[in-house]
Design a protein around this ligand. Sequence first.
Ligand SMILES: NC(=O)c1ccc[n+]([C@@H]2O[C@H](COP(=O)([O-])OP(=O)(O)OC[C@H]3O[C@@H](n4cnc5c(N)ncnc54)[C@H](OP(=O)(O)O)[C@@H]3O)[C@@H](O)[C@H]2O)c1
Length: 274
Amino acid sequence: MSKLKTLSNGQLIPVLGYGTWQNTDPQECIDGVKTALETGYRHIDTAQMYGNEELVGEGIRLSHVPRKDIFLTSKLDNPNHGYERAKKAIDDSLERLGTDYMDLFLIHWPEVEGHMEDWQESNIETWRALEEAYEAGKIKAIGLSNFKTKHLKNLLANCRIKPMVNQLRLHPGIAQKETVAMSREAGMVIQAWSPLSPLSQMLDDEAVVSMTEKYQKSLAQLLLRYSLQKDFIPLTKSVHKDRIKENAAIFDFKIDEEDMAYFDQWEWEGELFN
Ligand SMILES: NC(=O)c1ccc[n+]([C@@H]2O[C@H](COP(=O)([O-])OP(=O)(O)OC[C@H]3O[C@@H](n4cnc5c(N)ncnc54)[C@H](OP(=O)(O)O)[C@@H]3O)[C@@H](O)[C@H]2O)c1
């Protein structure tokens, strides 16, 4: 399996990303990003909403991995929807991250406070700011996050530049099949957030326990590999060095069809994003 995918505009994106949601403890966040890069991750995911862009930038600098070798994503915070606000927010992200470009920038959520009634227009206007920043070279690729079919239809019918990515909550039990299919049909690559969500619910599942023995891999590694084999780009986060390393060791085995099918039919006990 290749460790890179190609976005619709030709940009390469590493197929495993290190996430930084809830990494708000300054030292933990800086160390996490630095450790991930030193371990070999080349894809870092943050967001304005996480309040840690400066820390992520610092972790990148301290790692001494050249900026050009890193795929860096951030996302627009909900209060920054609208053309003018989004334009300024992109520049603010660049400043906080301490970089003159981002590899990917996403609209984090499609329906946000203040725009619950006019989300259609608001998303179109916001997207215009992303298109301009893309053309100005401030962002190498632009995309969406948590956009479902109705949001996609609206944006796809009204954009000049098509989104290149949709970042969605995806793991066994949450498949979002229609959204994934529509996104792919429109040329988007799919990123999967919170791919390890089933960890606690699966711990005592006999079939899954026997899979850990069969593949000699941890449950976390199975869940990340499952995501890769669904052709998603899993984003995963840990602040622990051993787990950061463990989560990257998913390229040396393959889950067979029968076990993939078991994960596919496994039922999630929680909110359904489908
Ligand atoms: N677009 C969106 O709306 C959205 C929403 C949520 C997240 N995201 C992005 O997606 C990323 C991934 O989601 P997530 O942060 O929920 O990550 P995740 O990788 O699904 O789960 C992380 C949780 O699992 C634990 N963990 C990590 N590796 C482990 C292992 N090998 N064994 C046992 N436990 C392990 C972590 O704890 P420790 O840190 O203590 O190890 C943490 O509590 C986020 O960080 C963020 O960048 C995007």
